[in-house]
Design a protein around this ligand. Structure first.
Ligand code: NAD
Length: 468
């Protein structure tokens, strides 16, 4: 056991004991923790944006503000506004045969929550789960990504200054630390990251019977109807794809376009990207690719598709120098290319032409169930056909990404794109135990049926279940 393992173990044990020995925090305590979290983010917004930009080798301040700080604050405020209501015990009906009695559900804290997060939205993907965990009355330990060392160190310092370590603690370190972290017997682990690592986390958690929420990735498709204005769809897809240079879990991964409009669509996406990010390789508003490994993977994927005969559309200033990859659209990549097999997680958009909608649906259904699905159509019938025909974690119709920003909607995947959902009320419930409480009234009628069992129990069986 290393020194950092000892520290981690000690913090866990202290939080665990506190969660067992102290009564659940009341509304006022939870609200004050959330208020502290909100102020911590707001007061340090500039330093946070700078740290993330340093880690990325360049990320627009506006992107960090709009895609990380804003949704973090929005989520905290929404939760603070609703928490009193969520915490109220819920009355439930009592069947006639158990009367007189009353039933209720109380949402109680689970205890200690482990939060493991990725590098692509390092703030929002920590603050989001932490908001829900604290709202539900838990303590939390956090393992940020080692891929964003500047941000992760800053975040640890801020949490340390803001919270008692018994409330919230940050553990920084590499993959070894992450692995040891996932082996702690938490009351729940929420992991955001890749599907492969999610599998490892679930295995480690299984040894402790620790329940997990897995927020994973995958290939999120876009399906465009023939009736939808192609330029409008292209603008929206370009927006969702090239924010954070495509390093977004719910970024459109590939687009199914009516065959006759496929080329036009590719050109319009590039036109929009060029308007949004002039000279992308030197544009401060366009994100860099975080890490050499990902840059090499993405350049390799473009070259592989080109060599396989696909048509590559991109900005003229294509260069492998520097940390940025220009927005790229690829038409006609064979299915065995990397960009058609794996989650892209970068600014490369494959376009797949289709002739009839059944083919487009089959294309989606043949692949693992995605995290997000985007439909562009003016027809309710078309929208319903796609919704019923292809399952996904979440959906935005006639736009991209926006479902994740809805505080009143749960966010999560299905199958290989994730297990369980959080945000808002679903997040509060995810980190709570729904405790059933049944209170017997002035007599316990059921117990009066027997034993010894006789005519009365026979009558009850006949009356309440039709037993002959
Ligand atoms: P990753 O899976 O490589 O790493 C995520 C975290 O897991 C890191 O903190 C890392 O330290 C930790 N980790 C690594 N190995 C581990 C192990 N064996 N046991 C326990 N923890 C371990 O993911 P990444 O590259 O940081 O992020 C990109 C992936 O995350 C993409 O697949 C993307 O789709 C996904 N993602 C999903 C969501 C979502 O909300 N569904 C959001 C953002 C990113």
């Amino acid at each position: 056991m290393t020194n950092s393992d000892d520290i981690m173990q000690n913090i866990f044990e202290a939080q665990f004991l506190a969660s067992r020995n102290q009564v659940a925090p009341d509304l006022a305590t939870r609200l004050s923790l959330l208020e502290k979290l909100k102020n911590m983010v707001l007061d340090n917004a500039e330093a946070i944006a700078k740290a993330i930009s340093d880690d990325f080798g360049g990320r627009a301040r506006a992107e960090t503000e709009l895609l990380e700080i804003l949704p973090s604050i929005h989520g905290i405020k929404y939760t603070m506004g609703k928490l009193k209501n969520w915490m109220k015990p819920q009355r439930r009906a009592v069947d006639l045969m158990f009367q007189p009695a009353s039933s209720q559900i109380r949402y109680e804290p689970l205890g200690v929550i482990g939060i493991i997060s990725p590098w692509n939205y390092p703030l929002f993907l920590l603050v989001g789960p932490l908001t829900d965990a604290l709202a539900a009355g838990n303590r939390a330990m956090i393992k940020p990504s080692e891929q964003t060392p500047v941000f992760s160190e800053l975040f640890a310092k801020l949490i340390d200054k803001t919270f008692d370590p018994l409330e919230v603690s940050v553990i920084n370190g590499g993959v070894d630390v992450a692995r040891a972290f996932s082996e702690l017997p938490f009351d729940h682990i929420i992991f955001t990251g890749s599907t492969n690592v999610g599998r490892e986390v679930m295995k480690a958690a299984a040894n402790n019977l620790t329940p997990v929420t897995l927020e994973l990735g995958g290939k999120s498709p876009v399906i465009i109807d023939d009736d939808y204005e192609i330029e409008k769809a292209a603008n929206s897809v370009a927006f969702g794809k090239f924010l954070n240079a495509g390093q977004t879990c719910i970024a459109p991964d590939y687009v199914l376009v009516p065959a006759a409009k496929a080329e036009e669509f590719c050109k319009k996406v590039i036109k929009r990207a060029n308007q949004s990010y002039k000279k992308p390789t030197s544009n401060e508003q366009y994100s860099a690719i975080c890490g050499e490994r990902h840059r090499t993977r993405l350049w390799g994927a473009i070259e592989e598709a080109r060599a396989a005969g696909a048509k590559v559309y991109n900005h003229k200033a294509e260069t492998t120098e520097g940390a940025k990859i220009t927005p790229t659209v690829i038409l006609g990549a064979p299915n065995n290319c990397l960009i058609m097999r794996e989650e892209i997680f970068g600014p490369i958009l494959p376009v797949v032409p289709y002739t009839i909608i059944e083919d487009a649906l089959a294309f989606v259904r043949e692949r693992p169930r995605p995290l997000a699905l985007y439909i562009f159509s003016n027809s309710n019938d078309f929208q319903e056909t796609i919704l019923k025909g292809a399952i996904s974690g979440g959906v935005t119709i006639n736009g991209t990404l926006m479902h994740v920003a809805q505080s009143a909607l749960p966010f999560g995947g299905i199958g290989p794109s994730g297990t369980g959902a959080y945000h808002g009320f679903e997040g509060f419930k995810r980190f709570s135990h729904a405790r059933s409480i049944h209170k017997i009234g002035f007599i316990n009628a059921f117990e009066m049926l027997g034993p010894p069992w006789g005519a009365l129990s026979k009558l009850a069986g006949k009356l309440f279940a039709g037993i002959k």
